[in-house]
Design a protein around this ligand. Structure first.
Ligand code: NAP
Length: 366
């Protein structure tokens, strides 16, 4: 089967194409030395030297600009994304070496091309997934960098890059959502939830979204969610009962739960017999160890995926970036930027995110 045919077949099945197909990176000849535009030696960046609260985020103006190593590109970031996962690395919930510059994604211009980082030129407008986005410059692997197509802004990409690929891979691969499925999405007004609600509706699923507060609920409703529950309100506290009522006592086909500690027991109750729970985050704290007998009466499947497991190869990465860019370009997928904060306001960004004050995605202007 030819590559275009394979891609079409894969799209039909909601699955990425086989891994052996040629990638655009490997088809271009490698460069052996660094090519660069003029870059300063120091930069603004946010450094974390020890784990802790938002106060451990230190805004610095004298950090060394990194030199791109083998297979790396140096990107001058125009906009960087802030994700809830950044708070886990800050607190130590997820381990990472310190000192560290946090931030898993950025969009900007290539300032230098390292040895054997083929397929890119100085000046290309790109988005990347790696680490070190809370900075003016980041050295990133070419393998996890992609050119941004004309007609798509850096801001739209950053409002949907990590979050959007997470959602796309989880609704295609973790549980292949079908038209007519009942789907429960927690934190549906958040960075990931805002995109998930739209993508589920585009598949034809029936969406029950939870969110905290009237403003967030109105936003989720505006995306076409069939039922919205304010799970922080008095009436919404018993959201499990409401989910059961709406689904005729049956429960939902799948729950996408990124809230974790506060919702996991309710999610287990709200899922139907033979249903699936996709746990993918810990916004309220981690889910405690799950006793397996708890999931046996209803024959429930439990998944705990991570985006990075679905985009390991260049082929997989390009499959999801292409799908995301085409949805952005066509206008099918809308983005919501909570606010673009200057880099020096990073402590406030983390406070707002953990304080449940954000709707859509917070971004940083390095
Ligand atoms: N596994 C993966 O690969 C992957 C990738 C991307 C994201 N994620 C996960 O997806 C989730 C969403 O990430 P995001 O960056 O888009 O964040 P977000 O949804 O914009 O922010 C988190 C939201 O969670 C809700 N929440 C509920 N209880 C909370 C509490 N006790 N403290 C703070 N927030 C609480 C809040 O919404 P309400 O006010 O509406 O309750 C809050 O706005 C996170 O858990 C993240 O770790 C996982």
């Amino acid at each position: 089967m030819s590559l275009p045919t394979l891609r079409l077949a894969a799209l039909r099945n909601h699955l990425p194409p086989p891994l052996a197909a040629t990638t655009s990176l490997s088809s271009l000849s490698p460069f052996t030395s660094i090519r660069r535009m003029s870059v300063p030696t120091t930069m603004k960046a946010v450094l974390v030297e020890r784990t802790g609260g938002p106060e451990v985020l230190q805004f610095k103006t004298d950090q060394p600009v990194p030199t791109p190593q083998e297979g790396q590109l140096l990107v001058r970031n125009n906009i960087s994304g802030v994700n809830f996962i950044d708070t886990y690395f800050r607190t130590g919930l997820y381990a990472s070496p310190k000192p560290e510059v946090l931030g898993r994604e950025g969009a900007g211009i290539i300032a230098a091309v390292g040895p054997n980082a083929s397929g890119f030129q100085v000046g290309d407008r790109v988005a990347w997934l790696a680490t070190g986005g809370y900075a003016e410059y980041t050295a990133v692997p070419a393998a996890k960098t992609v050119k941004i197509p004309d007609g798509v802004s850096d801001e739209d990409v950053m409002a949907s890059f990590l979050s959007g690929m997470t959602v796309l891979s989880f609704v295609k691969e973790t549980y292949a959502v079908q038209k007519g499925d009942w789907v429960l999405v927690h934190a549906a007004a958040g960075g990931a939830g805002f995109l998930m609600t739209q993508i589920l509706k585009s598949i034809g699923a029936k969406v029950i979204g939870t969110a905290g507060g009237a403003e967030k609920c109105a936003l989720v409703k505006s995306l076409g969610a069939d039922v919205v529950i304010d799970y922080r309100s008095e009436e919404g506290k018993d959201w499990v009962k409401q989910v059961k009522e709406v689904t005729g006592g049956r429960g939902v086909d799948v729950v996408y739960d990124s809230v974790g500690k506060d919702t996991w027991e309710g999610s287990l109750e709200a899922v139907k017999r033979k249903g699936t729970i996709v746990w993918f985050g810990n916004a309220s704290g981690p889910v405690p160890p799950l006793p397996l007998p708890k999931i046996s009466p209803k024959c429930v499947k439990v998944a705990r995926p991570t985006l990075f497991g679905y985009i390991e190869t260049r082929e997989e990465f390009e499959y999801y970036t292409n799908e995301l860019f085409s949805r952005l370009k066509s206008g099918e997928l809308k983005t919501k930027i909570h606010k673009i904060y200057p880099l020096e306001d990073i402590v406030q960004v983390h406070k707002d995110l953990e304080g449940r004050k954000t709707m859509g995605k917070p971004l940083l202007k390095p």
